[in-house]
Write a protein that binds this ligand. Sequence first.
Ligand code: URA
Length: 439
Amino acid sequence: MSEFAAVDVIRAKRDGHALSDAQIDWVVDAYTKGVVADEQMSALAMAILLRGMTPGEIARWTAAMIASGERLDLSAVSRPTVDKHSTGGVGDKITLPLTPLVAACGAAVPQLSGRGLGHTGGTLDKLESVPGWRATLSNDEFVSQLRDVGAVICAAGEGLAPADRKLYALRDVTGTVEAIPLIASSIMSKKIAEGTGALVLDVKVGTGAFMKDEDTARELARTMVELGKAHGVRTVALLTDMNTPLGLTVGNAVEVEESLEVLAGGGPADVVELTLALAREMLEAAGIDADPAKALASGAAMDSWKAMIRAQGGDPGAALPTARETEVLRAERDGVVASIDALGVGLAAWRLGAGRARKEDPVGFGAGVVLKVRPGDAVRAGDVLLELRTDDPERIPAARADAAGAVHVGPDAPAHGPSDRPTATHERTEGPLLIDRIA
Ligand code: URA
């Protein structure tokens, strides 16, 4: 008979008390083993969302989630290891060019990624549009590829932080995702268990992100940086804008194509800017003195991409899937594009089949949205604003409604003034892409 009862732990948090280390260790372990029931953990998650947790509680909760599974040993990898995690955004394909780029500069990048759920895309879904590429590796394959190629993007194994796997699925259906202690411990338990020596966090802020306002995003970033440091992982966070989609593509194969443009030395300037900013942070955290811009220009990053794709069975030269249907959204009047809302475009891409409604649904590899304009562009009535791509024409009307609501064409130049986020062919008018750095 245990000295603990789930109902006492729930009541303690419900009434605003801090949980003891022993209570936390017990409840996380008992939930992972099925001794604490889903309905009890749901009540506790809601109490944590409403009451919060002290830094000490968050640290202990994270440690308990790490202890629920295995911790990977990367000591066979001679290069310094450094990973990046994004809290998720629309058009956020940065992991694709960044991982091989940082590997080309001398680091080893152990990137365990997820699939998309809701309006934000998943890195694994994007990469699975590359013919032959496989997301699942054994721990031995993961470590060998990290040692030999320096870059791996794959699914997290079942043994890594199983408490989080179970709890995250529960939070998803109980309205308890948006709790900073639970988000921070969920992300950091997986990253710490993966064994990386250093970590750079890209915490997104804006309509297309989990965190809609800067203060909450900053609090999440600080909490994660402290957790990383407490576990001996050099951790830095950038706060970056997610009010406008990143780049000109949102979907799966279309985002791989745009990433290839970046690796070939081109691509939209905001994608290049964020890729280089994160690469510089990762290299600094790994103690490597190299210029990632040179590795892009020289083709070294592209070579590293090809090696990474081949190592996981993919054909880097194969044609990417395209959607069967393309429809366009046109401007109804002359004016200037005032804003393009990330959430609306993300929803449109999701409705077109780029994302999934339930985690077992398949995704359409060719589906997505391609932007033909950026905020600040002058347009004439009839000009194409964006393309909607899908395999299933029945998906178009709902996607069109979301997309039309996302693009705002005003009579005049937008109020924000000149862009801080120019693209190769379009001037940006929204605020800066990089908002803050927390170390
Ligand atoms: N990503 C995670 O891995 N966990 C969360 O709780 C939220 C985003």
